[in-house]
Design a protein around this ligand. Structure first.
Ligand SMILES: *Cc1c(COP(=O)(O)O)cnc(C)c1O
Length: 434
């Protein structure tokens, strides 16, 4: 039996896979926030470089990965696909459980997959500085790292409550040479306005996005970078699913169930989209996006046009949303606290190609502890949503007496989230907030 399925360096995918080109329906375009008219590529050029805007709207099915990007991926890719044999045994399930482990990246999650690509495309487009927001710090760390790899400056607006609660993520960003500001800050109009109304505002992702976008608009050589939600971000992440497919092929397996946790949709899409390509062509696969019950965008949100940020500066996107002014409770899975969802993930959910599931904070930590004790890896609280969903599916397979193959994405490790584990073990956590 194969436990750890590795690929050789030469087997890093050569192309990104664009699901949009294979969908049997068309997507609704982003709208200009002021005019509410469909937005053309030129209108996005103030905040993004043109080469990434092209990827945002392309109908090409396969997009070649540039050599310098593939070379940077070699630092940690291909990532392993691991069979969770000890977890299977603990559950007594007839199901086979595999996880794709993205926590082996330098910053500990899947986020460098797009950070590296975005830094490269910005570099060749003439960008000097990237500016972004970060919640728990995973995205800021990844972009700070990637910016350094390609010689760009990097400024990160970090949600104030995390800025004070997650000092180690701040250290990582500093180490890679980024500038970090607690958001809301007094550096932008959006930040000053909020501070005037509420000097003690703890911040939110939506506010930090407003600040980062505002800074990008001030200077032509400064561009904004987003770590999830957008089509080009999901596109870059499809290397995860392509690798997983090859790894399963190598041992003669094919998944019945695919699972990913969902914040803005990028790691879920990264694993799922290359398999959705098969589903569109007739394969029978159950594809599940898992979100927190306290931020139930896919399971309880409305499918409508909404802003990506609080101040209403981003384009309007057609997506499942809880409303751009929704401020989710401070659960420990900071990376899943976003009011919206990727338009592409929203569309495949609307059309029944995937389904969504919501889990609460106590359930996911229960799964995370069992996973840590059996497989040894301590999962990020975000990834633990996928872990627990895989456990539930494996238990269902046991009840039904079915030999299913379940594949989930372990989007990151939790070694910088130990205070959350400590709180869980001390019974200090609640189901839907801290
Ligand atoms: C950011 C993050 C997520 C959520 O973002 P998606 O775009 O939905 O993937 C999930 N897991 C980890 C480890 C993260 O850092």
């Amino acid at each position: 039996m194969e436990k750890k399925i590795m690929l050789g360096e030469k087997q890093i995918p050569t192309h990104y896979y664009n699901l949009a080109a294979d969908l049997p329906f068309s997507l609704d375009p982003p709208l200009n926030p002021a005019t509410k008219q469909p937005m053309g590529p030129d209108e996005l050029a103030a905040i993004f470089p043109m080469n990434l805007i092209e990827q945002e709207v392309t109908q090409e099915k396969e997009i070649e990965i540039p050599e310098p990007v593939r070379e940077a991926y070699l630092m940690y890719r291909p990532t392993p696909l691991i069979r969770a044999t000890r977890l299977e045994k603990a559950l007594g399930t007839p199901a086979k459980i595999f996880y794709k482990y993205e926590g082996v990246s330098p910053t500990g999650s899947h986020k460098p997959n797009t950070a590296i690509a975005q830094a490269y495309y910005n570099k060749i487009a003439g960008t000097k500085k990237l500016v972004t927001e970060t919640g728990a710090g995973q995205w800021g760390s990844a972009l700070a790292f990637a910016s350094h790899v390609f010689g760009l400056d990097c400024t990160v607006y970090m949600v104030k409550v995390s800025y004070h609660q997650k000092p180690y993520r701040k250290t990582i960003m500093h180490l890679y040479g980024a500038e970090i500001y607690a958001s809301p800050s007094d550096r932008t109009e959006a930040g000053r306005k909020i501070l005037q109304e509420d000097p003690d505002c703890p911040g939110s992702l939506g506010i930090a996005i407003s600040e980062a976008v505002e800074e990008a608009l001030q200077d032509e050589k400064t561009k904004y970078s987003l770590g999830s939600v957008l089509n080009h971000v999901l596109l870059h992440q499809t290397i995860i699913g392509q690798e997983a497919k090859r790894q399963l092929e190598a041992i003669g397996e094919y998944p019945d169930v695919i699972i990913g946790c969902h914040g803005g949709g990028s790691n879920f899409a990264g694993l799922a989209f290359p398999f959705l390509r098969d589903k569109i062509n007739g394969k029978d696969i159950d594809v599940i996006a898992v979100e927190p019950k306290s931020c139930p965008t896919l399971t309880e949100g409305k499918l409508e046009y909404d802003f990506g940020d609080t101040a209403g500066m981003t384009p309007l996107m057609k997506m499942y949303t809880l409303g751009h002014d929704f401020i989710p409770p401070s659960i420990h899975a900071g990376g899943l606290r976003y009011h919206g969802a990727a338009p592409l993930v929203s569309a495949v959910l609307e059309h029944g190609l995937i389904r969504a599931m919501a889990l609460d904070q106590l359930e996911i930590f229960e799964g995370a502890v069992l996973f840590s004790q059996t497989e040894g890896i301590i999962p990020a609280p975000e990834s633990s949503h996928a872990v627990q969903a895989a456990i539930l599916e494996a238990k269902k397979a046991k009840e039904e007496g079915k030999e299913k193959t379940i594949v989930f994405n372990l989007s990151g490790h939790g070694l910088l989230d130990l205070s959350a584990y400590e709180a869980y073990m001390n019974n200090e956590l609640t189901r839907n907030g801290r």
